[in-house]
Design a protein around this ligand. Structure first.
Ligand code: BES
Ligand code: ZN
Length: 612
């Protein structure tokens, strides 16, 4: 037994599956998927092979040629982080067929009833597999060290359609008898059903597997980009407008990082419960609707998910312990794209917001400094619980430091070569360092690589950005303590990100009367920009302003993006000596829980159990 990843039962002495062929029958009334998965190995294998599984009911494992059962066992206890080990014993097979069903509590899946959607008439279901949730949709070697191609047939009610992180092949009626013999409904409701076929022919890590099923429509926004969303004209129109600049960003990405290898670059806007800002599912990026603000600021999130097409999806971290290779590189690449399409000031502002976030997370992890490192040890740790700015912003700072050392033209060359060298591979930090040292001789004498990778905290040669606008905002925030509020003429040009930076830089412990005065002047609690509104509400809670509790509750019930849930629930739960805040946190979570994605439910539970 030689584990390859602390978050997986995958064994390095077993072969890696290279292809999976999935048939998925969606049963909306029971929130389950009845499925079969044909896994293919590079060559025939005899002996055990371990797969990850969570909340799956396994019915059978067969030899696909002879249809004879193959012995399998499912570890009886589900590990709270890894789930269950499904071990199948092969005797010279190069493929095997598993039939199984998901459960309504599958951690990757959110099943939305019609009232939870925009159009209110039909149900919706979607996946979020990163970091370790693919195993709750199908059994697999759920580690980013593995790369797998897939094909999928999704059998759905006819009124719905599907999108996937894959090429769309066909939409057709089910073939007679197609479906699963164990599922009667598949046979007698065939005329109400449709099958959508997809194929992903480039090998991807399992966390990039994704689908969404619902009443989905699209608008064209570029030669290789459509924006998909629920079929509500206002949502589709707003999304199409917001993302009109996507093709220009793809071109800039190609100029900076090399060819875009995935064919199409489509976007899917999800219902408000989507737990992230964006998820880089290949060919079909998933986005929260909160980025649609009518001021083109959603472009930053798109730039980030697009950048993953090179850093993350082409070159992937081998395990979550090297997560900074995915997110640090992507944050760097995102800012290079933003710099070209939105200007240097905007990029500096983003660096500044990131710098603030990084400093805050250093405080958050003061009693657990392991998670302030770039390379982390994650045995026994749930990746969802330690999600933070560190891999993003410390990773960004590290790469920016190298750029400053060798100058931009040389760094750009280096990046292109790095991507071309490792594309379609999963690598670890050590492989990156070896490549760096081989291609930038002597770099270890200029930069203390060990401090950057294995050290805790922020290295002394990290850099707070300098730009007129950034510096002005930070100093205005510091002056607030002395009772000086920014004047109308000073904020006249401010957009959401300027306010976000301002609010996040306000000194701790300001009086509730000052917070209320700021809001009376600038109406931040009603701001349409969620980042601003949430930053303000967080400040209001920690300053003890009870009058904003109604707005806090409304916000927590309207969106499920964890970037907003985390700070608001944490502020409520931490409100010392304010029982009202703690009671509110518990009650709102009880009432809103069902509307959150299972991953967000887990994260909020962890926050509340830590503080209450
Ligand atoms: N891949 C991440 C989202 C993610 C990370 C999901 C870890 C599950 C586990 C995505 O690319 C991301 O970073 N999204 C950010 C966007 C932002 C940095 C522009 C988000 O959701 O806020
Ligand atoms: Zn990312």
């Amino acid at each position: 037994m030689a584990p390859v990843d602390p978050h997986s039962f995958t064994d390095s002495t077993h072969p890696f599956a290279t292809h999976i062929s999935l048939s998925l029958y969606f049963n909306f009334p029971s929130s389950t998927i009845h499925s079969s998965a044909l896994l293919t190995l590079p060559s025939p294998h005899s002996g055990p092979i371990s797969l990850d599984a969570r909340s799956l009911a396994i019915s059978s494992v067969l030899d696909p040629q002879t249809l004879t059962p193959l012995p399998f066992s499912l570890s009886p206890n589900s590990d709270p982080i890894k789930g269950q080990n499904l071990t199948i014993t092969l005797s010279n097979q190069s493929s095997f067929l598993i039939t199984f069903s998901t459960s309504p509590s599958s951690s990757a899946l959110q099943w939305l009833s019609p009232p939870q959607t925009f159009n209110k008439t039909l149900p919706f279901v979607y996946t979020q597999c990163q970091s370790i949730h693919a195993r709750s949709v199908f059994p697999c070697q759920d580690t980013p060290a593995a790369r797998i191609c897939y094909s999928a047939r999704l059998n759905l009610p006819r009124q719905l359609s599907a999108v996937m992180s894959a090429a769309h092949i066909d939409r057709r009626p089910p073939i007679l008898g197609e479906g699963l013999s164990s599922c009667d409904e598949a046979l007698w409701c065939a005329e109400d059903r449709v099958v959508e076929e997809f194929a992903m022919e480039q090998p991807i890590p399992p966390y990039l597997f994704a689908f969404a099923v619902g009443e989905i429509n699209y608008r064209e926004v570029g030669p290789r980009t459509r924006v998909y969303a629920e079929s509500v004209p206002a949502v589709l129109d707003a999304a199409a407008k917001e993302f009109a600049g996507t093709e220009e960003m793809i071109r800039q990405g190609e100029r900076l990082f090399g060819p875009y290898e995935w064919g199409r670059f489509d976007l899917l806007v999800l219902p408000p419960s989507f737990p992230y800002g964006g998820m880089e599912n290949p060919r079909m990026v998933f986005l929260t609707p909160t980025v649609i603000r009518g001021d083109a600021s959603g472009a930053q999130v798109v730039a980030h998910e697009l950048a993953h097409s090179w850093t993350g999806n082409l070159i992937t971290n081998k395990t979550n312990e090297d997560f900074w290779l995915n997110e640090g590189f992507t944050t760097y690449a995102e800012r290079r794209i933003v710099e070209v399409v939105q200007g240097e000031d905007r990029a500096a502002l983003n660096i500044g917001i990131g710098w603030r976030g990084l400093n805050e997370d250093m405080e958050r992890f003061h009693d657990n400094m392991e998670f302030t490192k770039l390379k982390t040890r994650q045995e026994g740790v749930d990746p969802d619980d330690i999600y933070s700015h560190v891999p993003y912003e410390k990773g960004f700072q590290f790469l920016w430091r190298i750029e400053r050392q060798i100058c931009r033209p040389a760094f750009d060359e280096f990046l292109k070569k790095y991507i071309a060298t490792f594309k379609f591979q999963s690598i670890d930090t050590e492989m990156f360092l070896d490549f760096l040292k081989a291609n930038v001789p002597g770099i270890e004498k200029e930069i203390d690589l060990d401090v950057w990778i294995h050290g805790t905290g922020i290295p002394p040669d990290a850099l707070e950005p300098v730009s007129t606008i950034y510096t002005k905002i930070v100093s205005l925030a510091t002056e607030f303590k002395l009772g000086r509020m920014p004047r109308e003429d000073e904020v006249a040009e401010w957009r959401g990100q300027e306010w976000e930076l301002y609010l996040e830089n306000l000194p701790k412990g300001i009086e509730s009367s000052q917070v209320a005065a700021l809001d009376a002047r600038y109406r931040l609690s009603e701001c349409k920009d969620w980042e601003v509104k949430v930053a303000f509400l967080q400040l209001a809670i920690s300053s003890g302003c009870r009058e904003y509790f109604v707005e806090v509750e409304k916000t927590l019930k309207e969106v499920g993006r964890m970037k907003y849930l985390r700070p608001l629930y944490t502020a409520l739960a931490q409100a010392t000596g304010n029982d009202e805040a703690k009671i509110l946190a518990k009650r709102v979570f009880m009432e809103a829980r069902e509307c959150y994605h299972p991953i967000a439910q887990g994260v909020v539970e962890t926050i509340l159990s830590k503080h209450l």
